[in-house]
Design a protein around this ligand. Structure first.
Ligand code: PEP
Ligand code: MG
Length: 756
């Protein structure tokens, strides 16, 4: 019997030799497929390559009709080869023609072969082609043969990626690998980055499996663990992370994990069982991953990537590869592309070379995103397929404003973006100059421009943007990034930090708005809701779980001792909810004062106007609160019956339409009539054109993302509000009210030289 491991080893050695020989690409491919066929005792070996037009083209074959090379073609998903490419999984068939996907290509002459083994040619998870062996006899290929063919496919992937095959491609056709690609996702941090792809590949392959001397190996492991802990301490003392905030808490968790007795014990055990230290790290890590594989819980997934990160750091320590190696080989304009990433891994890349971050997964609250925001780099997330589409060194643009990436952009797009970056830089300069200017219209009407925030990392933006205060502090974000309910002291510390950072500027804290799409993994709510947006969320949930609200209110009252506290209730549907919340707040005030605590010197309670029911009781609402803030994201979704998270509908209905603007106008009017301050804190406030509309219908206070303050202020300074008011009186109520308001507003802005 032949040595099972010798086959692949001999083959790989032969392939390496073939790679080094001075051969033309086609000749090299022909030799490769011949070599594989003979090594695997197969009558046929063929290689199909995926083109940019989603066609798999036969590039080389041993055994099939040589005349079919570059002619035989299958679409992605068509035939066995197309199925393998589309699913990125091998197919092992003893009777290929019986398979439902089998497609007969007469030019190949393959009808005489029965058994079929095909594997995808993968690189970083992306399918570049398919490698096939076939035999006449009906046989099932063994596991080791599948593995051997997969390993061979990896070598071929390398060859494709290095560009060797491009020369074989007929003029006018492109390999899939070189095609420009645009991917739409989400914006996780503002900014635009132009640069070159650096695939974040945390996986380190361990080849040395068994130790010679367990005691010595345990010692090696301990030394590496010691250096790992030191390197984490170093990281924590770095200037860009040393200041307080969630990012720091996230990194502190690493320190905790690195000292985790259970983890260290499992590692040592594996070494005692005969593994090398690095193989032990791999094993413990893959055991853990297997245990967590089926967990959909976002928190646990986040923790898993922290642990993966830690394990990789330990591997690097053991193999003597430091982060310096990463830094040295980095282009000066690196854009990191990753599926997901541990927060600390980002810090291994030198800040001065980082131009952006692209994640396939992630959310605004992912740990790595929080760290990226603290470092001030543009981040685009939910970029499905980015890792497999990108190659190291590819040109790439990250548009953190639109949440889009452009891979291998065409020169004109790249030029347009370079111009956009220059323009942005100039504009930022202008906005910086506007920061200290009073926020008034051209005709002297004051409009407060506030910012939205939710985490400590957002706070420096308050000074940077020149915002008049924080109009919406989304307190639930602290809950969303935490491992468990933040303790009362942690909540209080954050609120105190926020108020300290605000230096007397007003801050409106919204009580936790969870439920719906904002889930806390450690808090089990209703198992399944048919309509979560209309479900048990926000104030509904916190009134039913008063312990939660009470702890938060107490933390807020204590943090605001001697200062003003503005509390805002989310998703109010009926006035009774406000009364109930007030009762709870009053009880907490009495409780704290009984124990002699320093209380806020002013306490204001407001409601968010997000549910349409309140529109028919505006005066009563205004009487029941100290202020109202319109949550236009939710209000629009409910008024128009359009899911705010459904991308299919995202541009379908316009908030700058007659009905919605009339709704907003009524709210502003009710505020003015009753002398109740009214603001608006949805995304609508952040675009100059819609902010113009808000001011036009009567809002004198709006709250938006910090990056929007500059552009909105630039618009405000040039806007004659009295003329704008007339414009709305004429167009929103009169006979022409059916005209598209957005278009009319654009004309108004152009006529009055208003930058929007
Ligand atoms: C809103 O609904 O407009 C709002 C500001 O709240 P959130 O986006 O957090 O739901
Ligand atoms: Mg809302």
């Amino acid at each position: 019997m032949r040595d099972m491991a010798a086959g692949p080893r001999v083959l790989l050695k032969r392939l390496r030799e073939l790679m080094a020989e001075p051969l033309e690409p086609q000749a090299r491919l022909d030799r490769i497929v011949r070599e594989i066929a003979s090594n695997m005792v197969a009558e046929v070996c063929s290689l199909y390559i995926l083109r940019a037009d989603s066609v798999l083209e036969l590039y080389a074959t041993e055994g099939l009709n040589p005349g079919a090379v570059h002619l035989a073609q299958l679409r992605l998903g068509q035939g066995l080869v197309g199925t393998i490419a589309a699913s990125a999984r091998p197919l092992n068939l003893s009777d290929a023609q019986q398979h439902p996907a089998f497609t007969y290509l007469p030019e190949t002459g393959e009808e005489i072969y029965n058994s079929f083994l095909g594997v995808p040619v993968l690189r970083a998870g992306r399918t570049l082609g398919v490698l096939v062996v076939q035999n006449r006899t009906k046989r099932v290929y063994r596991e080791d043969e599948i593995e051997a063919l997969e390993t061979t496919a990896m070598v071929i992937a390398e060859m494709i990626a290095t560009g060797d095959l491009v020369r074989l491609t007929r003029p006018g056709l492109e390999l899939d690998l070189t095609r420009p690609v645009t991917i739409d996702g989400l914006s996780f941090n503002e900014g635009i980055g132009l640069g070159h792809v650096v695939l974040h590949e945390p996986r380190i392959v361990v080849t040395n499996l068994f130790n010679e001397d367990s005691d010595q190996e345990v010692e090696r492991l301990d030394t590496a663990l010691g250096s790992l802990r030191l390197s984490i301490d170093d990281m924590l003392s770095r200037r860009d992370v040393a200041f307080e905030g969630e990012h720091r808490a996230v990194l502190e968790a690493y320190r905790m994990f690195a000292n985790d007795r259970g983890w260290v014990r499992r590692l040592e055990e594996a070494v005692r069982n005969g593994l090398t230290a690095e193989a032990a790290v791999e094993k413990v890590q893959s055991d853990m991953r297997a245990r967590m594989l089926h967990m959909t819980d976002p928190y646990l997934r986040e923790r898993m990537s922290d642990f993966d990160d830690l394990a990789n750091r330990l591997l690097r320590q053991l193999l003597g590869r430091g982060p310096e190696d990463v830094a040295a080989s980095l282009p000066k304009d690196a854009i990191i592309v990753a599926r997901s990433m541990g927060a600390a891994e980002l810090l291994d890349y030198p800040r001065d070379k980082l131009r952006g971050l692209v994640l396939e997964d992630g959310a605004v609250t992912s740990h790595v995103v929080i760290v990226a925001r603290a470092m001030g780099i543009p981040v685009a997330g939910q970029m499905k397929g980015a890792v497999s589409m990108a190659e190291n060194g590819d040109a790439i643009i990250v548009d953190g404003e639109e949440g889009v990436i452009h891979l291998r952009p065409q020169p004109d797009l790249e030029a347009a973006y370079s111009e956009k970056v220059r323009f942005r830089a100039r504009r930022q300069e202008v906005y910086r100059e506007l920061r200290s200017k009073p926020s008034v219209s051209r005709d002297g009407v004051k409009v407060d421009l506030l910012m939205n925030a939710g985490l400590a990392v957002d706070l420096p933006q308050l000074a940077d943007s020149g915002a008049a205060g924080i109009g919406l502090f989304r307190t639930e974000l602290q809950f969303m990034v935490a491992a468990a309910f933040p303790r009362a002291e942690q909540q209080e510390r954050l609120y105190r930090d926020v108020l300290d950072a605000a230096r007397g500027k007003p801050v409106t804290f919204r009580t936790i708005d969870i439920g719906g799409d904002k889930v806390l993994p450690y808090f089990k709510t209703v198992a399944h809701e048919e309509n979560p947006a209309l479900g048990w969320r926000a104030i509904r949930l916190t009134l039913d779980r008063p312990g939660l609200l009470r702890t938060q209110v107490r933390a807020l009252l204590r943090a605001a001792g001697g200062r003003e506290l503005r509390l805002m209730l989310p998703m109010v549907t009926e006035l009774g909810e406000i009364a109930q919340a007030r009762e709870l707040i009053d009880r907490e005030v009495r409780h704290l004062s009984r124990f002699g605590h320093d209380l806020p010197n002013i306490l204001k309670v407001g409601a968010m106007l997000e549910v349409p029911s309140l529109l028919w009781q505006l005066d009563e609402l205004m009487a029941a609160v100290d202020f109202v803030s319109v949550g236009s994201n939710d209000l629009f979704q409910f008024v128009m019956a359009t899911d705010r998270g459904n991308t299919q509908l995202s541009d379908r209905f316009d908030p700058l339409s007659v009905p919605f603007l009339r709704v907003l106008k009524q709210i502003a009017a009710a505020g003015a009539r009753t002398g109740t301050p009214v603001t608006l804190c949805g995304e609508l406030a952040g675009k100059p054109i819609s902010a113009l509309a808000l001011i036009g219908v009567g809002f004198r206070s709006i709250s938006m993302s910090p990056a929007s303050i500059g552009p909105v202020k630039a618009m405000l300074l040039e806007t004659p509000i009295s003329e704008l008011k007339t414009f709305f009186d004429d167009n929103l109520e009169g006979p022409s009210a059916q005209l598209p308001m957005r278009a009319l507003l654009h004309t108004f802005a152009a006529d009055h030289n208003i930058p929007i």
